[in-house]
Design a protein around this ligand. Sequence first.
Ligand SMILES: Cc1cc2nc3c(=O)[nH]c(=O)nc-3n(C[C@H](O)[C@H](O)[C@H](O)COP(=O)(O)OP(=O)(O)OC[C@H]3O[C@@H](n4cnc5c(N)ncnc54)[C@H](O)[C@@H]3O)c2cc1C
Length: 428
Amino acid sequence: MNRPRPDHCQTHSVVIGAGIVGACTALALLREGHRVTILDPGAPGGEQAASYGNGCWLSPMSVIPPAVPGLWKKVPGFIADPLGPLAIRWTYLPRVLPWLARYLASGWTEQRVLRTAVALRALLRDAPAAHAALAEEAGVGALIERRGLMYIYPTRAEFEAEALAWRIRRQVGIEWLELPAEELRQREPALDRRYGFAALVEEGGHCRDPGAYVAALVALAEAQGARRVAARATGFRIEAGRLRAVRTEAGEIAADRAVISAGAQSKALARAAGDRLPLETERGYHAMIEDAPVGPRTPLMPSDGKMSITWTNRGLRCAGQVEIAGLDAAPNWRRAEILRDHLLRSFPGLPRDLPAERVRLWMGHRPSMPDGLPCIGPSAATSDVIHAFGHGHVGLVAAPRTARLVAQMLAGRPPETDQAPFSPRRFR
Ligand SMILES: Cc1cc2nc3c(=O)[nH]c(=O)nc-3n(C[C@H](O)[C@H](O)[C@H](O)COP(=O)(O)OP(=O)(O)OC[C@H]3O[C@@H](n4cnc5c(N)ncnc54)[C@H](O)[C@@H]3O)c2cc1C
């Protein structure tokens, strides 16, 4: 059991948002001896959060940002094909253009991609072990599995076509095993024969139920003394550069510190703390088959679908797709059906005549900064309010170290990894 440190006994910190980032942050602050309130109108681990429906990958090798050199050539296709793996709704295009320009610029050269990869590697390194320890402490150790993650390709040529990504992974210290067709088939007997090459990253892990995991972490925080308030934060009362209270729809909560970890909904809160930050939602989907009779032994990412296929306690989940259409547009369930169909094609042993109630579809919001790096650092209005959002495609895996960085910042200690690449100041 962690004992409060006396120097922080009086510090009351409000964590806004109980997704994976907020849950880990609440625990890290409790460990430092803060008095913690967790504020979220939704249930921790509920379907409203990206942390519920993601691909479950704890992938310390997810260091390549979505934008890579030459991506700009594909933009017309992203707009023309509403069902492609990356699509931009043309009605939303005028609003998202500035973000899109920064997004493409951040991956313009290999040097820039490498810079992002170095920063992400520092954030993600050892993450599966950190999650395993947290889950163990929360009494749900079985939710974290560490048996590697596998990228699969039709042939070695498709793997080699992604040479830039793998070259950069190697440069930042990521290792993998290359598996020819025969070995892949031995390891994954149920997988469709069109895949004949794989790269297995043994340091990767996965979570068998991210929603239940977040709920367990929040329950652990409550057991350690955190208070949970079911309300939406609307802003801050800041006087003479110090935080006095977090404003909510249900009134004010007096507070000394606050952490903005409201995922894709963090933009207005950041604005209330003095920062105009280019946070966008990269909407994503999952399709999940309950009681699937076959599936992968190791979580897989097929190169021809750019989605993850992972067993979860709720079913066989296929997650992916990027849709730029804003927070408010209705889901396009056709996109989730594309994932389902890909899953069926990847595992011929899955029944073709699945009744609708055995396939669950979900849409959620990746909180994405244009440069592929989260915002972790003090707000412009006061260093009492810390930004901890914008983790895009890696929020699940990145949460434990993000939480520790926030706790170290609030304690005035030097951060365990260079915080500069994540500083919100890079956009000021
Ligand atoms: C399809 C898909 C697949 C993905 N796959 C992976 C993966 O395999 N591995 C990985 O690491 N990442 C993955 N991600 C990304 C990851 O899920 C997110 O980066 C991460 O969940 C973000 O966590 P969060 O805590 O910042 O936000 P969320 O999980 O979205 O939580 C935010 C919380 O804030 C609350 N909130 C919102 N507004 C307010 C307010 N005003 N006041 C109080 N509370 C508020 C919400 O109710 C919510 O509970 C994926 C995402 C998607 C969509």
